[in-house]
Design a protein around this ligand. Structure first.
Ligand code: UGA
Length: 436
């Protein structure tokens, strides 16, 4: 494992790994120093390797052509230039980063034109990453499938694919290792994320309709998920999907469609992101209208900030937009997340917003004297809290806005809370509120 960033490599070599992921510590500690090494010596690693996995990030472009939509391949290109400059023997180059379709073509040009050593050959493979944060180690050890794309139309490409298949075959059953042409593999990655995100936006759209009709979105999800053509996964209504991948990849996919003159196709995918924004806005509107149309100077406890449980990652977390929306209405936010440090919240929200946010190291202080609780992340520990005790220390009426539908709503109502849950029949108290 090589990275240019010394601080990060030092962290990987320390007892405090730079990311939280269940099971990761055990894997790293078992292998580090044996067959897993972390270093900043990129040149030596590139020279020695037969196969190089390029896993640099490909964020959304912030400026220039395609800004706000296209993938920024700066890091990819500079990795390719380094590989070309330092390689003295043939290499298999594996695209692990999520990239636009036909990136391999561009990378091949960079590699070929920049390698000073004579006769060096590069075989490029696309091997998209499908593991999800929070379950990454399980996804790695028992994947649904591994996809390897290469130039299977020629012998060299087929041999490169076979070499990578052999690596995975050490622990993945052969029938789960798929091979495809390069462009199919690249496009499959964007499509998988776009389709997963689309399922969430679809069920979130229905959650809004459920609230108007008295239907219960969990019952709808359960019923439709029983259809084996639909399946039960990724049908949990939420305050919105987050994470570093879904929004970025849909925007990238839509931009590629636009570049090919397929505006209708692009608009179709943009609407998945649009529905996600709507869900976040709708949640804030519910909070404000329920609390008598004003949350100015009210203490609102926010439980969870990470984009999902079992990770400290906050990239594109819906909590950012919800917090910003509530601050705009004058709320004072009392934030608690078991894994997200205050500095991270500061980076995500900015100094100005932090004047209205206090981060707590324990939930008790965040909840004391609060007018409302908003659940932003589905951390298991939130379910284990003594909600009766919490009710006692909050202002009345005490509200719970469950943005993840994880709490026992009937029990909360019995205690005395006014409960709003996504896509659930609306509490009569909230029904009388204006503007919802
Ligand atoms: C996602 C994909 O699931 C992975 O297959 C892919 O490899 C990864 O992106 C990537 O491209 O690297 P990840 O972003 O880690 O993985 O997390 P997900 O489990 O997909 O969750 C994304 C968001 O959707 C979270 O905010 C989650 O809370 C939300 N979600 C998920 C829902 O709102 N409802 C659901 O039913 C499921």
């Amino acid at each position: 494992m090589v990275d240019l960033n010394q601080q990060r490599i030092d962290a990987w070599n320390s007892d405090n790994l730079p990311i939280y992921e269940p099971g990761l510590d055990e894997v790293v500690k078992a292998c580090r120093g044996k067959n897993l090494f972390f270093s900043t010596d990129c040149e030596a690693a590139i020279r020695a390797a037969q196969c190089i996995f390029v896993s640099v990030n490909t964020p959304t472009k912030k400026t220039g052509l395609g800004k706000g939509k296209a993938a920024d391949l700066t890091y990819w290109e500079s990795a390719a230039r380094n590989i070309a400059a330092w390689s003295t023997s043939d290499k298999i180059i594996v695209e692990k980063s999520t990239v636009p379709v036909r990136t391999a073509e561009a990378i091949e040009k960079v590699l070929l034109r920049n390698c000073p050593a004579p006769g060096v050959h590069f075989d490029i493979l696309s091997n998209p990453e499908f593991l999800a944060e929070g379950t990454a180690i399980d996804d790695l050890t028992t994947p649904d499938r591994v996809l390897i794309g290469g130039k299977i139309e020629n012998d060299r490409g087929t041999a490169a694919c076979a070499a990578l298949v052999d690596v995975y075959a050490n622990w993945v059953p052969r029938e789960r290792i798929l091979t495809a042409n390069l462009w199919s593999a690249e496009l499959s990655k964007l499509t998988a994320n776009a389709m997963l995100a689309q399922r969430i936006s679809s069920i979130n759209a229905i959650s809004a309709l459920c609230e108007c009709t008295g239907a219960d979105v969990s019952q709808v999800s359960f019923a439709i998920g029983k259809d084996s053509r639909i399946g039960p996964k990724f049908l949990n209504a939420s305050v919105g999907f987050g994470g570093s991948c879904f929004q970025k990849d849909i925007l990238n996919l839509a931009y590629i469609c636009e570049c090919h003159g397929l505006q209708e196709v692009a608009d179709y995918w943009y609407s998945v992101v649009g529905m996600n924004d709507y869900q976040k806005t709708r949640f804030v509107r519910r909070v404000v209208s329920a609390m008598f149309n004003t949350i100015r100077n009210k203490k609102i406890a926010m439980l969870g900030f990470a984009f999902k449980k079992d990770t400290g990652d906050t990239r594109e977390t819906p909590a950012i937009d919800v917090a910003a929306g509530m601050i705009e209405d004058g709320a004072k936010i009392a934030l608690y997340d078991p894994q997200v440090p205050e500095e991270q919240v500061r980076m995500d929200m900015g100094e100005e917003a932090m004047k209205s946010i206090t981060c707590y190291k324990n939930p008790t202080d965040a909840l004391k004297d609060a007018h409302a609780v908003t659940i932003m992340t589905e951390w298991d520990e939130f379910k284990t809290y003594d909600w009766k005790e919490i009710y006692e220390v909050m202002h009345k009426p005490a509200f719970v806005f469950d943005g993840r539908n994880i709490l026992d709503h009937a029990h909360l109502s019995e205690i005395g809370f006014i409960v709003y849950a996504l896509g659930k029949p609306i509490d009569p108290f909230l029904k009388s509120a204006e503007g919802a």
